[in-house]
Design a protein around this ligand. Structure first.
Ligand code: CAA
Length: 379
């Protein structure tokens, strides 16, 4: 067992750390303040090959493995969790199911769009009455000759109002429960597709979240992803992979908050010495560092298992659960070290704390991760 990153993975980290320092950090506060989608940086991430990086080379991607993608998301999220989220959703929730379940024609059409074509991807599962109970979605897809007609709406869709390609889940047979759900590739240009409400969120202001509405939306029959009735399994498998991305995002948020707090406490003098010299501060950092190490091992383990084609459902859920709770705890404690300054927008801690919260909620709440873990340890 080798716990060291390969040379390639170290280079990916170096490249992404530099990009984060030079391009992401300078605009992170402004992105949060204005709720602007960081379009220029996403375009640069397409140019760097990070958007869609796990897409095989023959379809325009870098043919990278899930660990490389996780490292990129982790580094980006140290300074801007919104940027990490946009990449995680594009790579994990849109490109990945097309790579895994797409026909040759689907891969040849959509994967080059999602890489060299700079088209952004999204994933439509959640509905107003089907959040944690994902199987209860009401969106319907009826076959009508050479196309399906989709009706219904999806909420909380990451990349919702900027994406061009959506992986969408809809009922093709309401009598069959989870076995009556099918997956589709839907383009925003298809007739009957529209974007509804743009969400105003507590954090992740640069990540565009929206409702997506299907009104007699015409989807060509050849855009069925996988077989009819296999959609729920595709959704679950995709979320297994997506949770590695959110674990990496949460880990990055925690690491970023810790770095900021370490720098601050070394310079902040109270009671005659830097507050980093107080044992309370040192013990807090010791705990943070230990949890980051544990979270990194869980996350990278899940990513490596996925890359090896092995089962990783439990490991991804553990990584996501652990790292998201670590992000919330760490940002809260790091903010505390800044005292009153931490509560102001002069420092990034309050943003990091707001951004951290969502990692305990989306792509399966912490409670759902516990359901998944307990279901996979023989209970
Ligand atoms: N991989 C493959 N198949 C799986 C699976 C997995 N990880 N998990 C379940 N399945 C299969 C089961 O084997 C079963 O198959 P059969 O019909 O052949 O028996 C089928 O799926 C149904 O399984 P369950 O009975 O376990 O399903 P359930 O209805 O009880 O739900 C759940 C299980 C884990 C609670 C699931 O509903 C779940 O993960 N919920 C959370 C949903 C979620 O994460 N939503 C986030 C959406 S994305 C988002 O946040 C927005 C965004 O844009 C980022």
């Amino acid at each position: 067992m080798d716990f060291n990153l390969s040379r390639e993975h170290q280079l990916v980290r170096k490249m992404m750390a530099e990009f984060t320092e030079n391009e992401v950090k300078p605009i992170a506060a402004e992105t949060d303040k204005t709720s602007q989608y960081p379009r220029e940086n996403i375009e640069k991430l397409f140019d760097l090959g990070v958007m869609g990086m796990c897409v095989p080379k023959e379809y325009g991607g870098a043919g990278a493995d899930p660990l490389a993608s996780a490292i990129c998301i982790e580094e980006l999220s140290k300074q801007c969790a919104s940027t990490g989220d946009i990449v995680a959703t594009h790579n994990g929730l849109c490109c990945d199911p097309i790579i895994t379940h797409g026909t040759e024609a689907q891969k040849a059409k959509y994967l080059p769009m999602l890489t060299k074509g700079h088209k952004v991807g999204a994933f439509c599962l959640t509905e107003s009455d089907a959040g944690s109970d994902a199987a209860k979605g009401q969106t319907e897809a009826k076959l009508d000759g050479d196309h399906y007609v989709l009706n219904g709406s999806k909420i909380f869709i990451t990349n919702g109002y900027v994406a061009d390609v959506f992986v969408v889940f809809a009922m093709t047979d309401k009598t069959k429960g989870t076995r009556g759900i099918s997956a589709f590739i839907v383009e925003s240009s298809f007739p009957g597709f529209s974007v509804g409400k743009h969400e105003e969120k507590m954090g992740l202001h640069g990540s565009p979240t929206a409702e997506i509405v299907f009104t007699d939306c015409i989807v060509p029959k050849e855009n069925l992803l996988g077989q009819e009735g296999k959609g729920f399994k595709i959704a679950m498998q995709t979320l297994d992979g997506g949770r590695i991305g959110i674990a990496a995002q949460a880990l990055g948020i925690a690491e970023g908050a810790m770095e900021e707090a370490m720098a601050y406490t070394k310079g902040r003098v109270q009671f005659g010495k830097p507050i980093s010299k107080f044992q309370n501060t040192q013990f807090t950092f010791a705990d943070m560092a230990m949890r980051s190490e544990a979270g990194r091992l869980l996350t990278y383990q899940a990513a490596v298992l996925k890359g090896e084609g092995k089962r990783f459902t439990k490991e991804a859920a553990m990584a996501k659960l652990f790292c998201s709770e670590h992000a919330m705890l760490t940002t809260t404690k790091a903010l505390q070290m800044f005292g009153g300054y931490g509560y102001t927008k002069d420092y990034p801690l309050e943003r990091m704390m707001r951004d951290a919260k969502i990692t305990e909620i989306y792509e399966g709440t912490s409670e759902i991760q516990r359901v998944v873990i307990s279901g996979n340890i023989g209970l």
